[in-house]
Write a protein that binds this ligand. Sequence first.
Ligand SMILES: Cc1cc2nc3c(=O)[nH]c(=O)nc-3n(C[C@H](O)[C@H](O)[C@H](O)COP(=O)(O)OP(=O)(O)OC[C@H]3O[C@@H](n4cnc5c(N)ncnc54)[C@H](O)[C@@H]3O)c2cc1C
Length: 292
Amino acid sequence: MFPLQRYEKADSVQDAIRLLSDNPEAKVISGGTDVLIRLRDGKKAYNQLVDIHDLDELKICDITADGTIRIGAGISFSEVIASDIIEKHLPHLHKAAETVGGPQIRNIATIGGNICNGVTSADSASPLLASNARLIIQGPAGKREVALSEFYLGPGKVALDQNEILIAFTISKQDYSGYSGDYFKYAMREAMDIATIGCAAACLIDGNQLVDLRLAFGVAAPTPIRCKQAEEAACGEIINEALLTKIGDALAEDVNPRTSWRASREFRLHIIRELAERVIKNAIENAGGTLT
Ligand SMILES: Cc1cc2nc3c(=O)[nH]c(=O)nc-3n(C[C@H](O)[C@H](O)[C@H](O)COP(=O)(O)OP(=O)(O)OC[C@H]3O[C@@H](n4cnc5c(N)ncnc54)[C@H](O)[C@@H]3O)c2cc1C
């Protein structure tokens, strides 16, 4: 039994904001794959819920007239995988979605919940970071926008008020057009498991030049991160094996993994370097480039 004290189903985003504002103890539940586990574990913080699951306003997945991709926060990972837009323009996010849980989890777990829970192992976080995703958030005062890179405040902490709803992620055309991408999740086993390290890369190449690299990791630090030093070392350089080594060396400045029961810090540092090389190489090859 779940020790639920109060449950209200919102019939719109506006209604959810009203219900949350009326009850400061209430929390949002979407797919519930995180919330219900916390509730079952007896976390009182989640015993009063406002349900936003299946609201049409959160289910968009389209490209606007100016080329911006919009991904609704209420899209499940199965819907992410089924989206032609995401498969074509954000292959790293598509691949990451395929690694989440098992089929039952992917059918119910939402991409919005994956980011709002604030955990560093969230598989969608690094691909969204690599594509400079922005968040559209709605609260009592209206809508606001924030970069995903500014949304994470610390482990499990995000820049979201109790009575705000994440509506959608947006990715501008300049952040995906011409970019190829890849994602790799290293986990303790191939079956359902959360990431020991997750790595996403988005690359823009011109012939044998790496014009732009965006490299992001989950579990390489207390929150998902972009790797600025590694990116700086890569941008504008000629694509070859030596460049991968240079990027790997620069990465040491960007990451700060911890030791946990899953893996030691040292093992994670080794995997981080290995994954970066593999994911960048794949992204370059997916764009038609070759490493010399
Ligand atoms: C068996 C199992 C396997 C899993 N495997 C993986 C995995 O491989 N990779 C992975 O990344 N995760 C995994 N997870 C974790 C979980 O499934 C994901 O984090 C999922 O995406 C959460 O989405 P949800 O809709 O279920 O969120 P919920 O549980 O409904 O909510 C999560 C948090 O986000 C908040 N929230 C949700 N949506 C919104 C919104 N639109 N606006 C404001 N706040 C919101 C809630 O208040 C809550 O704090 C797994 C979970 C289980 C149970």
